[in-house]
Write a new protein. Structure first.
Length: 259
């Protein structure tokens, strides 16, 4: 199989690899403060015949920022890519705010999305008392001014001593300040709790056991409201289990996709 081809459509930077005949296509949505590279370690472990679609959210990575942003707009951006490539059968995989995006797509495209994976996310994440000071701090002093606090919530204790920790700091701090602030506001304003019962897809819900951003109890409570769901904790992982424990993440993903 060919590698992903990276390009932009309507200002949305993304990578796409078509599936081999009969193979599934996986569509990924990233967390706040990351770009599509947050999935690199997962992608490297997936079967090469599987199709892939990854993309940078508006205001993140190489995607062009929007004037205003909400979860519905970000879901529409993914739908634009689905339409462009004629993807009518896919597995949706969302991490953190990407999980909010995939919840919307699950309801918008119930026939096309066969299965759903939600990682370290919820139907409602945080409150204005949490998000507003963060937005104000980023707009006043830049994302780097609060990056230490953010990174402490991303990873399990001890990860900051690893060789590649600086790489993830760089990814976070190079996120455009306004793009980050707009996505914070989109998360703040989203509450899809009442819609969880309408998600019909078989759903795998994953939480890093040491996640301080979306604690396992919050993620589990979301899973309990989705009719056909399974909840799993991944040990030795914080908010980004796809980074810290990619082999375990892929093991769970493979089982969910193929069974």
């Amino acid at each position: 199989m060919t590698l992903e081809t990276f390009t932009a459509i309507r200002g949305i930077y993304h990578g796409y690899r078509p599936p081999a005949p009969g193979a599934p296509t996986l569509v990924f949505a990233n967390s706040l403060g990351t770009d599509l590279r947050v999935w690199d370690r997962v992608v490297q472990l997936l079967p090469t015949e599987w199709g892939l679609l990854r993309q940078d959210k508006r205001g993140h990575g190489l995607s062009i920022a929007a004037d205003t942003l909400d979860i519905e707009t970000m879901a529409s951006d993914v739908a634009t890519l689905l339409d462009h490539y004629g993807i009518t059968d896919f597995i949706g995989i969302g991490l953190s705010v990407g999980g909010l995006i995939m919840q919307r797509l699950a309801l918008r495209h119930p026939q096309a999305m066969r299965k759903l994976v939600l990682a370290d996310t919820a139907a409602k994440i945080g409150t204005p008392d949490i998000w507003n000071p963060r937005i104000d701090a980023v707009r006043a002093n830049g994302l780097a001014s609060i990056s230490d606090a953010i990174l402490a919530r991303w990873f399990a204790p001890g990860y900051e001593t690893t060789e590649d920790f600086a790489m993830w700091r760089a990814m976070l701090e190079r996120t455009p300040d306004e793009g980050y602030a707009q996505v914070c506001a989109a998360i703040r304003d989203a509450d899809y709790t009442a819609d969880l019962a309408r998600i019909t897809q078989p759903t795998l819900v994953i939480a890093g056991a040491q996640d301080a951003s979306t604690p396992p109890d919050l993620v589990r409570a979301t899973a309990e409201k989705i009719p056909n769901s399974r909840f799993v904790e991944i040990d030795a992982a914080g908010h980004l289990p796809c980074v810290e424990q990619p082999k375990r993440f892929v093991e769970l993903l493979n089982s969910h996709v193929t069974n």
